[in-house]
Design a protein around this ligand. Structure first.
Ligand code: SAM
Length: 280
């Protein structure tokens, strides 16, 4: 019987975030495929895990992927870990998952930290609809095309960025989205110097005129404002049910009327709105 590929999340800074199940799985597999074997070895030493390691990264993923699949076919269980966080999120792993699926190999995950999601929940931006954009290309034209393609997206946007490219990225974002677009610069998550700066793109560019960017960053950008012609019937789409009911009440409706109107707007049963309003 073929083995299983385990995608194992590792900490994004704080070793305390390494889960007991992650340790258990790394201790039980036959082989660990790591993006950076030295870094993974440090983690394994810290948790007393001794297992064979092999490298699996951007530059060897084609050949190494085939090798890993051949071992899985022989019945070996293999864990894949990235540098930090969740494999296959702006990390090698995506291709290995596809290859395993093509070869009928079972793939499962041991979930854990994702920098983008943690930055999003700390940003104070709308978390109901968001788009993960990963890294911008180093190629100037591709960067601009990427930014232009999400300029009018009303969802919250999440970008990863390296410190040495931060200033240029903020300048490009300001040029494309405008200086008043809100941004949260989320830095060094779960580490000693964790910092969240909530400002707009003008403020962010001004801050880094003097400061030198240091550490790892996630940039969370507010979505574009809804266009009025789209919002006529759905002005409430950015509100939670509770917020919408409260808005009607503030405008003078009784709570019963407000619940009824909210249910009509959303074309859902009144009971659903009632339950959401009273019990959450
Ligand atoms: N797979 C990882 C995940 O689950 O988030 C992401 C790996 S990607 C190669 C590395 C990028 O993630 C960094 O450049 C930074 O943008 C972001 N990142 C990773 N750790 C972070 C941290 N502790 N604080 C802020 N951003 C972080």
């Amino acid at each position: 019987m073929a083995g299983t590929l385990y995608l194992v999340a590792t900490p994004i800074g704080n070793l305390g975030d390494f889960s007991p199940r992650a340790a258990e799985v790394l201790s039980s597999v036959d082989l660990i495929a790591a993006e950076d074997t030295r870094r993974t070895l440090q983690l394994m030493n810290h948790f007393g895990i001794t297992k064979p390691l092999t490298s699996y990264h951007e530059h060897n993923k084609r050949t190494k992927g085939e090798y890993i699949v051949s071992l899985l076919k022989e019945g070996k269980d293999i864990a894949q870990v990235s540098d930090a966080g969740t494999p296959a999120i702006s990390d090698p792993g995506e291709d290995l998952v596809k290859l395993c699926i093509e070869n009928d190999i079972t793939v499962t995950s041991v979930p854990g930290p994702v920098a983008g999601i943690n930055a999003l929940i700390l940003s104070g931006m709308n978390t109901r609809r968001f788009s993960f954009e990963g890294f911008l290309s180093v190629n100037k034209r591709h960067r601009h095309e990427h930014l232009a393609s999400v300029k009018d997206d009303t969802r919250t946007l999440i970008f990863y960025e390296a410190p040495h490219k931060l200033k240029a990225t903020l300048a490009d974002m300001r040029e494309c989205f405008g200086g008043s677009r809100r941004i949260a610069l989320v830095r060094e998550l779960t580490k000693l110097h964790e910092e969240i700066v909530r400002t707009d793109l003008d403020g962010a560019c001004a801050k880094y005129e003097n400061d030198t960017p240091r550490g790892e960053y996630v940039l969370v950008i507010e979505g574009a404002a809804e266009r009025t012609e789209d919002t006529e019937d759905t002005w409430w789409s950015a509100l939670s049910i509770k917020e919408q009911v409260n808005k009607y009440i503030a405008e003078g409706m009784t709570s019963k009327e407000a619940i009824k109107r909210t249910a009509e707007d959303r074309n859902v049963p009144k009971r659903e709105i009632y339950n959401e309003y009273h019990h959450k």
